[in-house]
Ligand binder design. Structure first.
Ligand code: FE2
Length: 335
């Protein structure tokens, strides 16, 4: 009888899910317990860009430390984990290999069920979790990705996207060519002025392209003030992002707008989208910065959603199926 009650209790208990993120510069391990991210530990390597092999070595070297720290923070042991979710793609091959190998070890050595998670979908779902939005129009902006999406029959459909370079990579590229470290420094310099230098602006339907403005801004360096160039880059690029989001909003009639991904941390972009959304009487929301940067918590959260929806078993991978998908498209993952 006691055993029966125990089993009943165990089946009633909310699942505990471990998430592993290693698509690019960040090795992240998150744990979801009682439907909340209770641990979100990470270690990042980003020195003037990403060197794939060095970054993968970094992830492998810090893995145990980050895992221990997440388990301690969540006050759980590895044996308590009901499901392991790993970031399957899109991402950089050598970096992706680390979460893949870790997931395989957990499957073989510790007999844990494993599911692969699309990194982009995880950014969107964690944003919905924190904003409380159920059916938002999503602007997903990171290093390699720039997409406008809506959910349709369990998949995120891409309504618009960059036609060339991802917004984050474009800003990082620009930063390095004018002697700055990264896009974060571009934001700091942009806040020092409001002198605008006209730059090429390219929106085609609900798509945008950024390489023209990047080339022109690089040409102007040495002739123009760095703060003004940073300000103009942000204003031009973010105005085009607002325009494609607004076009998608007009088309879909959504009532909620969210932004996610690394570049979603930019205050100026948040302000512009907030203003645009209120002009359309739409709610605007964004997750805390910690969850817009790459993290394991969002991967664990998607694993948790799969469990709650009864899809974890169907999605569970055999050890030999635990492989990276470097070019995993957002619309290929169903949730
Ligand atoms: Fe990301």
């Amino acid at each position: 009888m006691a055993r029966k009650n125990e089993a009943k209790k165990a089946t009633k208990r909310e699942p505990i899910v471990l998430g592993i993120e290693s698509t690019a510069h960040t090795l992240g391990i998150g744990i979801v317990k009682n439907g909340k991210v209770v641990a979100n530990e990470k270690s990042m390597l980003f020195e003037y860009g990403i060197h794939p092999r060095k970054t993968a070595d970094h992830h492998a070297n810090v893995f145990s430390e980050v895992l221990d720290s997440a388990l301690q923070k969540a006050k759980v042991k590895l044996k308590d984990i009901d499901l392991v979710a790993f970031s399957q793609g899109p991402g950089i091959g050598p970096c992706l290999r680390i979460s893949t190998i870790a997931a395989r070890v957990l499957a073989i050595q510790y007999d844990k069920p494993v599911v692969g998670v699309n990194h982009c979908v995880a950014h969107i779902e964690i944003s919905k979790h924190f904003t409380g939005f159920e059916d938002p129009l999503v602007l997903y902006v990171s290093g390699g990705n720039t997409q406008v999406l809506v959910k349709e029959k369990g998949r995120y459909l891409i309504l618009g996207e960059t036609l060339d370079i991802g917004i984050g990579n474009m800003l990082d590229n620009f930063a390095r060519s004018v002697g700055l470290k990264n896009a974060r420094e571009v934001e700091q310099h942009a806040e020092r002025t409001n002198e605008y230098i006209p730059l090429p602006y390219s929106v085609k339907g609900m798509d945008a392209s950024f390489s023209g403005m990047l080339t022109q801004a690089q040409k102007l360096w040495n002739r123009r003030n760095t703060d003004e160039l940073c300000y103009s880059m942000q204003e031009t690029a973010y105005a085009s992002l607002c325009e494609i989001t607004e076009r998608a909003l007009a088309l879909t009639g959504k009532r909620e707008v969210t932004i996610c991904g690394g570049v979603a941390q930019n205050r100026r972009l948040q302000k512009m989208l907030n203003e645009m959304s209120s002009e359309w009487n739409c709610r605007f929301g964004v997750a805390p910065n910690e969850f817009n940067a790459d993290n394991g918590g969002m991967i664990a959260y998607v694993g948790y959603l799969l469990m709650k929806k009864g899809k974890a078993k169907k999605n569970a991978l055999k050890p030999n199926e635990i492989l990276p998908i470097p070019k995993y498209r957002t619309d290929q993952f169903k949730i």
